[in-house]
Ligand binder design. Structure first.
Ligand SMILES: C[S@@+](CC[C@H](N)C(=O)[O-])C[C@H]1O[C@@H](n2cnc3c(N)ncnc32)[C@H](O)[C@@H]1O
Length: 475
């Protein structure tokens, strides 16, 4: 290790490559320094906060010479809010970073060289792509200069009321947000209206320390293809009088809102799910479509966040699966059944497996809603259903195709092992984490699978996240 670099040193470095999770790479006389807040091509000063034998970690302090890849961030909260970490990088450049990240992970972790990785599919919408956004309320505002100027001029609750997003690593503090380009103009309008309503009526934010107050979260869901809008107000107290007044105000200002609900929770944990739910407008549900299928979405049910890209992702999965009308397909980690339902018209039978019981209920309901009769859904831990509780498999016969879409942690090793043993001819792996994808593909390759194609798809512009679909065949 270069003895020159010590904790708290301020160093000037030029960034070599943009790293993931916000840590870019620079070198000082060959010694690696990971720098937060900088991108490839930047020259920055950075403060060292950790030193190890082979590397150090530092945070950018000032930008000496900006990278040509930088662009002006659209949002005035950029850098404070923490939601869109790459808004200061041209979208086309973000896509090249993501493409490279997939190739690097597959090579470094999976040991795959020269895999056929297709060019990444960028998001059709660079902004306003999310169909769900969760805002928080707090009695501890995180102050920015803009905030100080715009909001603190008002008296009263404003010093103890914030509506927006938690700042990174500060789960107690919330940054007041009056604009956001993630969901829609209506979504920020609703947030601002709820804040104004709270301030005008002296209704406080919930305080977890004192276990009192009212507003906890505001969750807005939109059916991007149907125009439906759900407003879900999560509160500590159950006050029909407050909710009725708020509903009247929201409905008058935003006639497009189709349902308003109130989730009430006394729990200390900051999860935006109520112990019970009351409906104040509409039926408490919205709908959205993927292709010709319609999906029912309740306040707490899962639905892919970027609707347009989800459809593109599913189209790739469908293409890679090379479906035939006689196929029996396993849709593993099926969530609310959307992949299975989406491909149902091309196959004989789909069997979906999912851990969360309520998602399985949603999946069955979604199949019914679409008149789909060839999808069955089973609740349970996939590892157990593949290795111990295997009775269900004899009911449906050997699958021709398996589609897996595990969480970020990837598949349980025992589940991968069993997939290898089953040896179905076609396997499609949908992944939201290139690192665990690479790990699991390596195991499957040892079991005789060939990775024929990998398609990265960007679902979340301005973030580090990247989704991939991999096509595996066993000949
Ligand atoms: C990435 S989501 C897949 C969602 C779905 N395929 C879709 O496109 O909407 C991963 C799913 O795996 C489920 N899951 C996590 N661990 C599981 C396990 N051990 N067994 C079965 N399902 C699991 C989660 O509840 C979640 O719904």
């Amino acid at each position: 290790m270069s003895m020159e670099i010590k904790k708290d040193d301020i160093i000037e470095v030029t960034i070599e490559s943009t790293g993931f999770e916000g840590k870019s790479v620079a070198r000082v006389e060959g010694f690696v320094v990971f720098v937060e807040g900088a991108i490839a091509g930047d020259t920055v000063t950075a403060k060292v906060y950790k030193t190890k034998k082979n590397y150090a970690e530092a945070k950018m302090v000032s930008l000496v010479r900006p990278s040509p890849q930088r662009t002006a961030a659209r949002c005035s909260y950029f850098g404070v809010c923490g939601g869109c970490k790459w808004q200061h990088v041209e979208y086309a450049t973000q896509l090249t970073y993501k493409q490279q990240h997939v190739a690097d992970a597959l090579e470094r972790i999976g040991g795959f060289k020269d895999l056929p990785i297709r060019p990444i599919i960028g998001s059709a919408d660079e902004y306003y792509y999310r169909n769900k956004l969760e805002f928080s309320f707090s009695e501890k505002p995180w102050r920015t200069e803009k905030d100080m100027n715009e909001l603190t001029v008002r008296e009263g609750l404003v010093n103890t009321f914030a509506a927006g997003f938690h700042v990174p690593q500060r789960w107690d503090k919330v940054l007041n947000i009056t604009e956001c380009f993630l969901q829609s103009e209506v979504s920020t309008g609703i947030l601002n209206t709820v804040r104004d309503f709270a301030l005008a009526n002296n209704i406080p934010a919930f305080s977890p320390d004192e276990e009192q107050g009212y507003f906890r979260n505001l969750v807005i869901r939109e059916g991007k293809n149907t125009g439906d809008v759900m407003v879900n107000v999560v509160t500590f107290e159950d006050s029909p009088e407050v909710m009725e007044r708020l509903t009247a105000e929201l409905k008058q200002k935003f006639p497009g809102i189709t349902t308003i609900i109130n989730n009430v929770t006394k729990r200390k944990s900051q999860v935006a799910v109520g112990e019970y739910e009351k409906v104040y407008l509409g039926d408490g549900l919205i709908h959205d479509t993927l292709g010709r299928y319609r999906f029912e979405i309740s306040a707490n049910s899962f639905f892919q966040t970027n609707t347009r890209q989800a459809q593109r992702l599913y189209d790739i999965a469908k293409e890679f699966a090379e479906l035939r009308p006689t196929d029996i397909v396993y849709d593993l980690y099926c969530g609310t059944g959307s992949i299975g339902i989406y491909i149902s018209d091309a196959v004989q039978q789909v069997i979906g497996i999912e851990l969360v019981e309520s998602s399985i209920r949603n999946a069955r309901k979604n199949a019914e809603l679409n008149g789909v009769t060839n999808c069955e859904f089973i609740a349970g831990d996939l590892k157990d259903l593949l290795t111990k509780d295997v009775e269900w498999r004899s009911r449906y016969g050997t699958p021709d195709v398996i589609i897996v879409d595990p969480p970020r942690s990837g598949m349980h090793p025992k589940a991968v092992e069993e997939l290898g043993r089953m040896g179905v001819p076609r396997l499609v792996y949908v992944s939201c984490n290139p690192a665990t994808l690479a790990r699991d593909l390596q195991l499957l390759a040892q079991d005789g699978y060939t990775v024929e194609a990998v398609q990265p798809v960007d679902m979340f512009p301005h973030t580090y996240h990247i989704e991939c679909v991999a096509k595996l065949v066993k000949r």
